[in-house]
Design a protein around this ligand. Structure first.
Ligand code: FES
Length: 176
């Protein structure tokens, strides 16, 4: 996800290789976070919630609030004299994530053995994207089909002058 397409003021729903995730800006940790898009309470989509005034991700259904580590820090209905809510085991599943080349990357596996995977295994780095002497343009589209369909399309240049008529410049043809 290019960060230029992400708004820090709200959570974003994304579906990536069949995984429903919520991407949100953790202002306390000053980093983008990628969580499983299911509240551990009653499974409401966290992407439909909000960032609360303390920078936590708040569920839209009953208002539970989660910090950047996925820990529940506030339950509005909890007895104030009860045990601290963060001692409860109800946390959100957090995917390992990082920012590189102004893109949010995440490791699509919640197995705890991959918790620190991005420390040792970085996403592919493209130096030209960070080089100010190059011009780059990023965009993001959510397309509801698998990558294998997209690859088939990209390997089919014959469709370009017609499916993208008037959008892409076509080189002059000798056979006109
Ligand atoms: S479903 Fe999220 S707080 Fe209840």
């Amino acid at each position: 996800m290019p960060i230029c397409d992400l708004d820090k003021r709200r959570p974003h729903a994304k579906k990536v290789i069949g995984l429903d995730v919520v991407v949100w800006w953790d202002r306390n940790g000053e980093t983008w976070k990628v969580f499983d898009d299911r509240c551990p309470h009653r499974l409401a989509p966290l992407s439909e919630g909000r960032i609360d005034q303390w920078g936590r991700l708040q569920c839209v259904y009953h208002g539970w609030c989660f910090n950047g580590s996925g820990n529940c820090m506030f339950i509005p209905q909890a007895n104030p004299d009860g045990p601290p809510v963060h001692t409860a085991k109800k946390g959100v599943a957090v995917y390992p994530s990082t920012v590189q080349n102004n893109i949010v990357w995440f490791w699509p596996n919640l197995d705890p053995r991959y918790k620190d995977i991005l420390v040792e295994k970085k996403p592919p780095y493209i130096p030209e994207i960070d080089d100010p002497s190059y011009t780059n343009l990023m965009g993001n589209r959510d397309i509801p089909y698998g990558y294998e369909i997209l690859i088939e399309n990209l390997m089919d240049p014959a469709h370009v002058p017609y499916a993208h008529h008037g959008i892409l410049e076509i080189l002059p043809s000798k056979n006109r």
